[in-house]
Design a binder for this molecule. Structure first.
Ligand SMILES: NC(=O)c1ccc[n+]([C@@H]2O[C@H](COP(=O)([O-])OP(=O)(O)OC[C@H]3O[C@@H](n4cnc5c(N)ncnc54)[C@H](OP(=O)(O)O)[C@@H]3O)[C@@H](O)[C@H]2O)c1
Length: 334
């Protein structure tokens, strides 16, 4: 009897989900011949994303500041094009975080050469790690300027043509530090959490125009940016980050593009990424019944698992504090 009720409730839940408008799944995006604009496309995850879309037949514009790095990345990407006669790769040097007029001009130039942007990948970004008081006030401002304002600038410049054409996808590259606040990331996490609010609100605004947003939460990825961050990482941050392992940019890029093509709102990599996305889903948009069902079914158990992770992280912080106040304690315990 109880089993019958449980099965009926579950089937009813699936029917409601099937009929519910939030679950409209966008049509898969064909990248062949379309203009993909990648900010931060000269390095790390952004460059790997540009390689991935080049292999799917897209025309690509790379946006970053350093011209030498842009040229180098462009020639690397040109080597993997699938149709060298049809595909084009260009680059434009601009600082996305400063002057909005300069960003608008860069987008206009890119659209004149490659047509309207169909996929915008907001990947340009930077990170800084340090305890709250060790970080300068300028670090907080810099994170917001690059990771948030820079993203707003480019997105705002691209949206008019997407809405007009009723066609487009926008990717925001947040971070796992944009899902949970961790020791050392007070400045970085703040800027990456901000992207979530932006992505959720924009998704609701743009959906009626057939423009979809994807919010990606990459794990630690082996890039020049990651290597730079390592230099100033507090011990606590390093030990906590190591729990999730280090991914290759090509793996992260390929999973992001797969999710963008199928129009998913959340994009993540690995088992930890899957768990984090489910446990932090809140009222975020869903784009498939399977995803919604998994979230409903797994949230409770994932919350329990997360408590063990939090306990582990707290122990790391306590141990590091103790070692700092009594450096000899490390030797005593080892
Ligand atoms: N690597 C990781 O472990 C990891 C994990 C989670 C999330 N992420 C995020 O993924 C994104 C890429 O990270 P990454 O590790 O691949 O970094 P990266 O190797 O340092 O590349 C950053 C890119 O952004 C560009 N850029 C930075 N500031 C810019 C600005 N003001 N205007 C225009 N372009 C700018 C850089 O070029 P120029 O310096 O020449 O401008 C470069 O092309 C970032 O948003 C990062 O927060 C990274």
């Amino acid at each position: 009897m109880w089993l019958l009720i449980a099965v009926s409730v579950f089937v009813g839940f699936l029917i409601v989900l099937y009929l519910a408008s939030p679950l409209i799944t966008p049509k898969p995006l064909d990248l062949k011949g379309v203009h993909v604009l990648v900010t931060g496309g000269s390095s790390g995850i952004g460059k790997a994303i540009a390689v991935e879309v080049a292999q799917r037949g897209a025309n690509i514009c790379l946006l970053a500041r350093n011209k030498a790095k842009l040229e180098e990345a462009q020639s690397e990407i040109e080597k993997v094009l699938v149709d060298k006669n049809q595909q084009k790769v260009i680059h434009i040097s601009v600082d996305i975080s400063k002057d909005y007029a300069a960003v608008v001009q860069a987008i206009q130039q890119a659209e004149e050469e490659l047509g309207p942007v169909v996929l915008l990948v907001n990947c340009a970004g930077a990170s800084v790690a340090g305890s709250f008081e060790d970080l300068s006030l300028n670090d907080f401002k810099r994170m917001i300027d690059i990771n948030y304002i820079g993203t707003v600038h480019v997105t705002r410049a691209v949206i008019p043509s997407m809405k007009k054409n009723q066609h487009g996808r926008i990717v925001f590259i947040s971070s796992q530090a944009g899902q949970i606040g961790l020791y050392g990331y007070t400045a970085y996490s703040g800027s990456k959490f901000a992207l979530r609010g932006l992505a959720e609100a924009l998704h609701m605004e743009l959906k009626p125009y057939n423009v979809y947003v994807t919010l990606a939460f990459p794990p630690d990825t082996d890039t020049p940016g990651f290597a730079e961050e390592q230099k100033s990482k507090p011990e606590e941050t390093r030990l906590i980050s190591e729990t999730a392992g280090l991914f290759q940019p090509s793996v992260v890029a390929s999973s992001i593009i797969k999710d963008v093509v199928s129009g998913r709102f959340f994009s993540y990599a690995g088992l930890d990424g899957y768990m984090l996305a489910a446990v932090t889903c809140g009222m975020s948009p869903v784009t498939s019944i399977m995803e919604a069902t998994q979230q409903v079914a797994c949230m409770g158990i994932f919350r329990i698992i997360s408590l063990f992770y939090l306990d582990h992280f707290d122990r790391i912080c306590r141990k590091c504090k103790q070692e700092r106040s009594d450096p000899s304690s490390e030797k005593k315990t080892s």
